[in-house]
Ligand binder design. Structure first.
Ligand SMILES: [Zn+2]
Length: 252
């Protein structure tokens, strides 16, 4: 059984030189990869990838660092894209108080608008939250009927227990880093049923590729690390997390 990369950015310029080869490696080695939009242009590219390659699915939305372009018109376009075949969710959306490219209030407003969009189109969401856990939780609780994925889960075990009723936790390359104590605790304590695997490529490459460009096939390092932490077989991790990803994106 082949792994899934539940969160990738294949339209990133770091893939310009050899994108076809990267796509080929996905085709050969993975079940599929999900390409995630971060603004309107990349959301359109995601949909294009999904149309051109049967092993790519798309997610459309505007990332909190890119909300300068957000308008009613952009929202209407996203809503249209969201109806396309193979568009699984709205994302990545959320709050980023680390870069704080836009004021908190503006980030929260656009986050709420895109949560409402997800509600309207009846799709799950892919959440980005950086140094903004309290406000993220507050907004998620305003939308108890929306479900999805907490991408690159940055929180504690306690917070994970609060969100896993509605959200799967996206686990990426950070898990393989030496200083990943907090995330290791999350993987130890949260049932495998609630974890999904991602790269966030080209960012966050796992050890032994740390600091270099990440790509979808590196999900294997994350899966092996989960198996080691939980003391179970690699095959079980692949099987269960694959099923989780399909459930998280409501593919079945
Ligand atoms: Zn991402």
């Amino acid at each position: 059984m082949k792994l899934i990369d539940s969160h990738a950015h294949l339209d990133n310029e770091q893939f310009n030189e050899d994108r076809e080869e990267v796509l080929n490696r996905i085709k050969e080695n993975l079940d599929f990869a999900v390409n995630i939009g971060y603004d309107l242009a990349s959301s359109k590219k995601s949909v294009e990838f999904a149309k051109n390659y049967d092993f790519i699915y798309a997610v459309v939305g505007v990332h909190p660092d890119d909300i300068g372009e957000y308008s009613d018109e952009v929202e209407r376009e996203l809503e249209k894209l969201a109806q396309e075949d193979k568009v699984l969710a709205i994302g990545e959306i959320g709050l980023d108080y680390h870069w704080m490219t836009f004021p908190k209030e503006q980030q929260q407003e656009v986050f709420r608008k895109q949560m409402k969009l997800a509600q309207r189109v009846g799709k799950p969401v892919a959440i980005h939250s950086r140094e903004a856990m309290e406000d993220t939780l507050k907004i998620l609780k305003e939308f108890p009927d929306v479900k999805g994925i907490f991408h690159c889960y940055p929180g504690s075990v306690e917070t994970a227990r609060e969100v896993i009723d509605n959200y799967y936790l996206g686990i990426g390359g950070v898990l393989t880093f030496k200083n990943a104590k907090k995330l290791v605790e999350v993987v130890e304590n949260i049932p495998l049923d609630k974890l999904i695997i991602e790269t966030d490529c080209p960012y966050m490459a796992p050890t032994p590729h740390r600091g270099k460009r990440n790509e979808p096939v590196y999900v294997e390092y994350v899966a092996r690390k989960i198996a080691e932490i939980k003391g179970i077989s690699y095959e079980e991790v692949v099987e269960v997390t694959n099923r989780n990803t399909r459930k998280a994106y409501e593919m079945e």
